[in-house]
Design a protein around this ligand. Structure first.
Ligand code: ME8
Length: 568
């Protein structure tokens, strides 16, 4: 038997100092759709997510809430999983960076990099934004007018004053000024290596314009970065100097690898984290080594963290895995086999606003994905978020537009049609819906099926949606032309032909839309009396299933697949 293709997709691990908002949902939903699409196309797919816990802001939030830090983080981890489980995300691992498996791996990495002189001691003097968990330079900041709350770029012409302060543009807070003993990672050593890697692998970051930004940044020259903090006590201690803890990004990025090296034997283990199990003697036996799943095929990240993923991360991996080759010029060069240990691709998205405004708790415009979905529908959120913005660009979530789109595409075009087919089929004389007539003229064409599969493989999710909804338009047109509701009284054979065509067509579109709306599509298959589809899809047999000819035994009228939402 041919080896099954392996696939590994990750989301960022979100900070554990708050519950996921719609921006996080967006990223995780994309990962879940890509994971499911890979599965149904026959890959052995792995999908990881989790929370980033070793951060100063979590410590601050726990103190504010009057909680012990671990109690606070346990609660946060629970809340994050509650959100993802509500959406039925099919994650393979939910990693927490306070877990023993992760601590152990990060310490191994640090020691290794230290032993090969890629980590050295120095003094960091500069600014640090706790809320970004990042070191800052003047270029990274903006001026904030404290009266008007306007921000503008820092230029030599304007000087700081009581009213005008330098702040981090994302959090509008003044970074801390710190001077402390730190350890540094020799990023500068990998300057040529990274540039050669980028040159030979222009596909590494998509979309292109984000990669151009990364390249321009690297061309300005890479500086070593601090990988430890002196003042914190909570994080992972450096194995070679216990007075220091690991800087959050050096630890966080390695989560992607920890999860392969120590992969949970089964997902039920996840339910027992954090916890007493951590201390259990059989702790390590709960994991299996799946390092063969490394490298990740796809890291999905927002534009805010692209530099960490596209620059720091490959260099850190190069140091750990001993990649590159020293040339006669003493410079480290990229060698072709290095590629095997590096993530294949990074998919970067823009940020979106809500009704034209930046997502912000103080503006009360944060969409809590669970609450919002309960009020409207899960599918509304998914449909709009994935149809409204093209890859990589910033976009806007217009709430009214979202409802209109849902009503038009899901409630009307898809839901109504399913309903009609079911109701009319019950009026047929025959027990089942089947027809021998030539199917080729009404089905999704083979070319379109191939295209949809290609879009999935290239992560062009919006194009899959567009293709499916164009087909649904065609389907509705076919229904209007053939008028099975009239035929049913006049000509049962013709009515059967029309309804059968519609059912088969819906079945195919449902299969193509499955990664987006798995629960609803299974419900639709159920209504059409198609059994065992989830298992067949899990086996990766989309192709076989989509070309199959089904016979439908429709016996019941069900509730509408999608309820229309009253816009008023
Ligand atoms: O950065 N629009 O965690 P984080 C789109 N812990 N996506 C958004 C968004 C918006 N308005 N707001 C947030 C961290 N996101 C680190 C990651 S990984 C080793 C460590 C999404 O909680 C987007 O994907 O700040 C962004 O990259 C991520 O949330 C940041 O989540």
């Amino acid at each position: 038997m041919q080896d099954q293709k392996r696939f590994y997709v990750t989301t960022p691990i979100y900070y554990g100092n708050g519950v996921p908002h719609v921006g996080h949902f967006y990223t995780s939903q994309i990962a879940n759709i890509i994971h499911l699409s890979q599965k149904i196309l026959g890959s052995d797919s792995r999908f990881t997510t989790g929370i980033d816990e070793n951060s100063q802001k979590a410590v601050i939030e726990a103190e504010t809430a009057g909680l012990d830090i671990m109690d606070y983080l346990d609660e946060m981890a629970y809340k994050h999983r509650e959100v993802w489980d509500f959406f039925n995300f099919d994650y393979t691992d939910f990693i927490r960076t306070t877990e023993q498996r992760h601590h152990s791996l990060v310490q191994e990495v640090l020691q290794h990099c230290f032993d090969k002189w890629d980590i050295y001691q120095g003094v960091y003097e500069g600014m640090y934004c706790v809320w970004c968990e990042a070191f800052k330079k003047d270029d990274d900041l903006v001026f904030l007018n404290k009266t008007s709350w306007e921000t503008f770029p820092i230029t030599p012409k304007v000087v700081e004053s009581d009213n005008l302060i330098k702040v981090c543009p994302d959090h509008l807070k003044t970074p801390d000024t710190i001077k402390e003993k730190n350890y540094f990672f020799k990023l500068s050593k990998y300057q040529t290596w990274i540039q050669e890697f980028y040159e030979s692998h222009p596909e590494f970051v998509i979309p292109d314009h984000r990669f151009n930004e990364v390249r321009a940044f690297v061309e300005r020259g890479l500086e070593d970065f601090s990988i430890s903090r002196e003042t914190n006590t909570f994080w992972i201690p450096l194995p070679f100097d216990n007075s220091q803890v690991t800087y959050v990004w050096f630890d966080a990025l390695f989560n992607y690898y920890t999860s392969c090296r120590y992969s949970p034997q089964n997902t039920s283990i996840l339910n027992s984290f954090p916890l007493e199990e951590k201390e259990a003697t059989d702790y390590w036996s709960q994991f299996v080594d799946e390092s063969h799943m490394w490298p990740a095929d796809l890291h999905i990240v927002g534009k805010d963290i692209i530099r960490f993923h596209a620059i720091f991360w490959p260099a850190m991996l190069a140091s750990y895995f001993g990649l590159g080759e020293e040339g006669s010029d003493w410079v480290i060069h990229f060698k072709t086999s290095d590629r095997e240990k590096l993530p294949k691709q990074i998919l970067t998205w823009g940020f979106f606003t809500i009704d034209g405004q930046k997502i912000s708790k103080s503006l009360w415009n944060v969409i809590e994905p669970v609450e919002y979905s309960k009020e409207y529908s899960k599918e509304l959120l998914t449909l709009y978020i994935l149809s409204a913005f093209p890859i990589g660009n910033d976009g806007d979530y217009d709430r009214q537009d979202a409802v209109l789109m849902y009503n038009a595409k899901l409630a009307n075009n898809l839901g109504n049609l399913v309903n009609r087919v079911v109701v009319l089929s019950l009026k047929l004389d025959s027990e089942s819906l089947f027809c021998e007539k030539d199917r080729s003229k009404y089905l999704v064409t083979d070319t379109e099926i191939r295209k949809a599969q290609e879009y999935y493989q290239n992560y062009n999710l919006k194009w899959v949606l567009d293709l499916c909804f164009e087909n649904l338009d065609g389907l509705n047109k076919y229904a209007d032309e053939t008028e099975p509701w009239k035929l049913i009284k006049e000509d049962q054979e013709k009515a059967t032909e029309s309804l059968y065509a519609l059912a088969e067509w819906l079945r195919q579109i449902g299969l193509l839309l499955y990664p987006f709306f798995p629960e609803k599509m299974l419900e639709m298959f159920e209504k059409l009396w198609l059994k065992g589809y989830q298992e067949i899809l899990d086996w990766g047999w989309l192709d076989e299933l989509i070309h199959k000819q089904e016979e439908f035994y429709i016996t019941e009228k069900w509730e509408a697949l999608f309820q229309r939402i009253d816009i008023s």
